[in-house]
Design a protein around this ligand. Structure first.
Ligand SMILES: [Mg+2]
Length: 190
């Protein structure tokens, strides 16, 4: 049976985006992220991280360091009774080093990571949502035909109406608590 998913960007949604974070002491969790994930899980969404990690391509940190950080993050979320059902990352960049230098189909705004997750985990994108803090997240979600595209950042409203991104039907929010409220409300109305 296909299940619905909440696709979550990492930097800016799980943790405050400090730029190429790769060590635990660089991680501050965004306010309300645990409550948001607990709510999603209670509503039977699989929680899938979808993250561009150009820092790997650029040699700022290794894939091993990325995995170590994600293992730690997974533990921190498990302490809050939250399980990540999948973690997908893109280590490529057009200006990357060696094999990482690549124009790929996985780096957002491309839909590759979402489509891969959906295929591997039997996810129904037409019942799923994506929560991101930047336009490439929203475009990737639209490209993958994810139903609800939630932009959570300070300037969400302005960005959601900006002229070159019309027709994406973005839902703008400026806090995780507001997103959580909307998801609960949307669920009861569905
Ligand atoms: Mg982000």
């Amino acid at each position: 049976m296909m299940v619905k998913a909440a696709f979550l960007d990492r930097d800016g949604i799980i943790n405050i985006n400090t730029g190429h974070a790769h060590k635990t002491d660089q991680i501050i969790f965004v306010e309300g992220i645990f409550k948001l994930c607990q709510t999603l899980q209670k509503l039977n969404y699989k929680i899938i991280i979808i993250t561009n990690q150009a820092g790997i391509a650029k040699g700022y940190y290794s894939e091993k360091q990325f995995h170590e950080l994600m293992d730690w993050m997974t533990d921190e979320f498990q302490k809050q009774d939250i399980d990540f059902d999948g973690i997908y990352y893109c280590p490529h960049h057009k200006d990357g080093l060696g094999d990482y230098q690549k124009i790929c189909k996985c780096r957002k705004p491309e839909a590759g990571m979402i489509l891969k997750a959906a295929a591997e985990l039997d996810l129904d994108v037409s019942q799923s949502l994506f929560i991101g803090d930047k336009m490439p997240d929203m475009i990737a979600a639209a490209n993958a035909k994810v139903k609800d595209r939630i932009l959570m950042c300070e300037a969400a409203k302005e960005e959601a109406v900006s002229s070159n991104v019309q027709n994406l039907n973005i839902r703008p929010f400026t806090s995780h608590s507001a997103v959580t409220q909307w998801i609960i409300q949307n669920q009861t109305e569905a």
